[in-house]
Design a protein around this ligand. Structure first.
Ligand SMILES: Cc1ncc(COP(=O)(O)O)c(C=O)c1O
Length: 410
């Protein structure tokens, strides 16, 4: 099934927030990379859990058993979303950053002074900070260079991954520039030296079908609030990868995967919403299995988002005084996230002016602080970022273009 303008209009009816207006102007939610809106089905699943079954896990009574079943079902749904073999590979946490700190801490316990971790200059701090923290243990952290065109330097990656590398931590797609990184190359280089591969798929997951079986990372993380779900972090661990890791855990906590990295009580209601979000995405696809429907839906949604983002990219960069950063849209391997700067207008002032017109876009570095520094944009307040989600229309993008043109012409 294609995801055309008709489907966009249909899907918009599922998201209650999209009807919101401010000062008589409808809000255009172009802030998806920072978190997407949620469909009614997700809201209903969260409310239903609280209404009927709010309980802790592993009890001898009905609501606890139902909670266990719901969480297992949510893990299975996420496994289908990621292309994982089973629910056992899926752990939940507060958010991606918290899970990645837990992971880095556990892996760090196995490392010795002089061991190396390779991170990238393009990544969000959530996939840099936890690894940089290992320097306290004498671990050496090396950074793959970002090129001015928004791509990682593949030759630099080849140079920096060596026999001393124990972990390669790389983003799948940049939340600042929309670049899709060459993760298969990182996997090949990491495997050749026996290093673990940790992939931050937070920005990739809302825009492309994921297939961990084909990509074969040791660990992959994402966050449901970026793909129409509640605030829940997700960790995929390759079968066997988490089993013996010395995670921070209580004596009373289960040793088995996927629980051994899940400290304390999870947000059950939000997890009910994660399952509903995955099912919602699948409802836009075709196929006999949940996995088939998810791949079909994500392929169609991603293609439509790419088309709209490409239109914005082509139009905005023609405006006098506007610079668009990162890769163009000639390849389908480009996330629909576009960052620009406008000569003479600081990004925060631009975002505030657009916000007044109901155009919700972000300014700054979005925690991709190193990338913004390397591009020489930190002192200038970073960039102005627009993200396209499944519910964005060409009319919203036209409105944004007109408003950016007005700012650039001032
Ligand atoms: C690419 C990327 N990685 C990691 C994160 C952090 O995710 P979380 O908020 O779930 O910790 C974000 C959040 O914006 C992100 O965009």
């Amino acid at each position: 099934m294609p995801f055309s303008a008709i489907e966009v209009e249909r899907c918009r009816m599922d998201f209650p927030a999209l009807v919101r207006a401010e000062n008589g102007v409808p809000l255009a939610f172009l802030d998806g990379p920072a978190g997407s809106q949620v469909p009614e089905r997700v809201i209903a699943a969260v409310a239903q859990y609280y209404r009927t079954c709010n309980a802790n896990t592993h009890g001898a009574f009905v609501t606890s058993r139902e909670s266990d079943g719901m969480i297992a079902g949510a893990r299975a749904a996420v496994a289908a979303f990621l292309g994982a073999p089973s629910w056992r590979e899926i752990s939940f946490g507060a958010n991606m950053t918290t899970l990645n700190f837990a992971l880095a801490h556990a892996i760090g316990r196995e490392m010795e002074a002089g061991d190396e971790v390779v991170i990238t200059e393009l990544d969000h701090e959530a996939n840099r900070g936890p690894w940089l923290g290992l320097r306290e243990r004498g671990v050496v952290v090396r950074e793959v260079a970002l090129l001015p065109d928004g791509r990682l330097d593949a030759d630099d990656m080849r140079r920096k991954i060596t026999a001393r590398t124990r972990v390669v931590a790389i983003g799948y797609s940049s939340n600042a520039l929309g670049t899709v990184n060459d993760v298969p190359l990182a996997r090949e280089l990491a495997r050749a030296v026996g290093a673990r591969l940790v992939v931050d798929a937070v920005h990739y997951a809302p825009h492309f079908p994921l297939d961990v079986a084909a990509l074969d990372p040791d660990f992959l993380l994402c966050s449901a609030y970026k793909f129409y779900g509640p605030h829940v972090g997700i960790l995929y661990a390759r079968p066997g990868a988490l089993d013996r890791l010395r995670t921070d855990k209580l004596r009373t906590q289960e040793d088995a995967v996927p629980y051994r990295i899940e400290t304390g009580t999870l947000n059950h209601a939000a997890i009910a919403g994660v399952k509903a979000a995955v099912e919602y995405i699948a409802s836009w696809g075709e196929g006999a299995t949940l996995r088939e429907r998810l791949v079909s839906a994500m392929t169609a949604i991603g293609a439509r988002e790419h088309e709209l983002a490409a239109f914005y990219w082509d139009s905005v960069r023609k405006l006098p005084g506007v610079t668009a950063w990162g890769q163009d849209f000639s390849s389908p391997r480009r996330a629909p996230t576009i960052s620009v700067t406008i000569a003479g207008v600081r990004p925060d002032a631009a975002a505030a002016a657009l916000g007044e017109k109901g155009l919700l876009v972000w300014d700054g570095d979005f925690y991709a602080a190193r990338a913004i520094e390397v591009l020489g944009l930190a002192e200038r307040g970073g960039v102005l970022r627009t993200g396209i989600s499944m519910y964005n229309t060409s009319a919203e993008v036209e409105r944004l273009l007109a408003a950016v043109a007005e700012l650039a012409a001032r």
